[in-house]
Design a binder for this molecule. Structure first.
Ligand code: UDP
Ligand code: MG
Length: 320
């Protein structure tokens, strides 16, 4: 069976790079169809994420070719939401969806491998950057520290995987059951489960135009990712409070000994004890409140409790 593949490409002010992208994707799709790897109705779906330049015009004129289509969002909703918009639209027509960036930094030569994996039965295929030599030292360092920090905080993400991935129709439908408002796809998709694998590629240079992720946006993205997936920072506050409380007891003993020895200024003992004691108590109390907020935060996410991978009895398959 040849899968019908939709390529979802979010675009935010990409007029400089889009003409190249359209050309290269057109060639790639034709090649894939010719190789009999994908269904001939496969398409590229551009998502215009509220661009202020000629992006939408370019998309509309590309859409005269049957291989291309586009949706325009009413305003700039951000990369992650644009991806979600594209995927949830494409899932109505496609057997699987591949998401990639408009600047084609994700090497499109590995698409064949993605599709091979899909045909072998994998439902999520993660593109993993095996080299990032074209990135500046700074970008590489910040990005890799981010992956390490996320792991340390207990968020299960695929190392060096951005948003270049293939998902089956079912995986996208399952993704849509996560009702989070703070979308951080890299964190959610591993929670879907299903059979998944990785494909390695070399990250390319941006073909034209400038990055749409300046440092400020990158930091906001990282902070969002951490705070939407981990309540460990709150736990560390509780821990700090506890340590301070323990320390206050040691200081209490020490202060009393000094007081008995008599070599202290009047008032020092009570002051130093209260600073440590009250400080410790306050941090612990904050952490405790934080724990409850953390529970509320998990509840309001309304994540699905489970997703079914297989049903063994043919007669039970037709409920939906
Ligand atoms: N993008 C988007 N909305 C935004 C910011 C970026 O749709 O608000 C898109 C952008 O057009 C590109 C992709 O997200 O297709 C990745 O952005 P970029 O290549 O600038 O990021 P970098 O590769 O530098 O991390
Ligand atoms: Mg890029």
């Amino acid at each position: 069976m040849k899968p019908k593949v939709f390529f979802v490409i979010p675009c935010f002010n990409e007029e400089e790079v889009l003409p190249f992208t359209i050309d290269r994707m057109n060639e790639k799709l034709n090649a894939l169809v010719e190789k009999d790897l994908i269904h001939q109705d496969s398409k590229v779906l551009f998502v215009d994420d509220g661009s202020g330049d000629n992006t939408w015009k370019l998309i509309k004129s590309a859409a005269q070719n049957e291989r291309f289509s586009g949706v325009k969002l009413s305003r700039n909703c951000g990369h992650q939401n644009a991806l979600m918009a594209g995927m949830s639209y494409a899932v109505n027509f496609a057997d699987c969806v591949i998401t990639l960036d408009a600047d084609l930094q994700d090497d499109i030569n590995v698409i064949d491998e993605f599709i091979d994996k899909f045909i072998q039965g994998y439902e999520i295929v993660y593109g993993v950057r095996s080299e990032r030599e074209v990135d500046t030292f700074f970008k590489r360092f910040t990005a890799q520290s981010f992956y390490k920090l996320m792991r340390f905080l207990g968020v299960e993400i695929v190392y060096n995987h951005a948003d270049y991935r293939l998902m089956s129709k079912r995986a996208v439908e399952y993704l849509m059951r996560f009702e989070e408002r703070n979308l951080f796809l890299r964190g959610i998709i591993p929670l879907i489960g299903l059979k998944s694998t990785t494909v390695h590629y070399k990250r390319q240079k941006r073909m034209a135009g400038k990055t749409k992720y300046p440092l400020k946006k990158m930091l906001a993205f990282a902070f969002d990712g951490i705070t939407s997936f981990s309540i460990k920072p709150i736990r560390y506050i509780t821990l700090a409070g506890f340590l301070m409380f323990a320390l206050s007891i040691i200081i209490l003993i020490y202060s009393i000994i000094q007081k008995i020895k008599g070599d202290v200024v009047p008032g020092w003992t009570s002051l130093s004890i209260s600073i440590w004691f009250i400080g410790g108590m306050q941090l612990m109390a904050l952490g405790l409140i934080g724990e409850y907020i953390g529970k509320i935060y998990k509840e309001v996410k309304r994540r699905p409790l489970f997703l079914i991978e297989e049903i063994a009895d043919e007669s039970l398959k037709e409920i939906e």
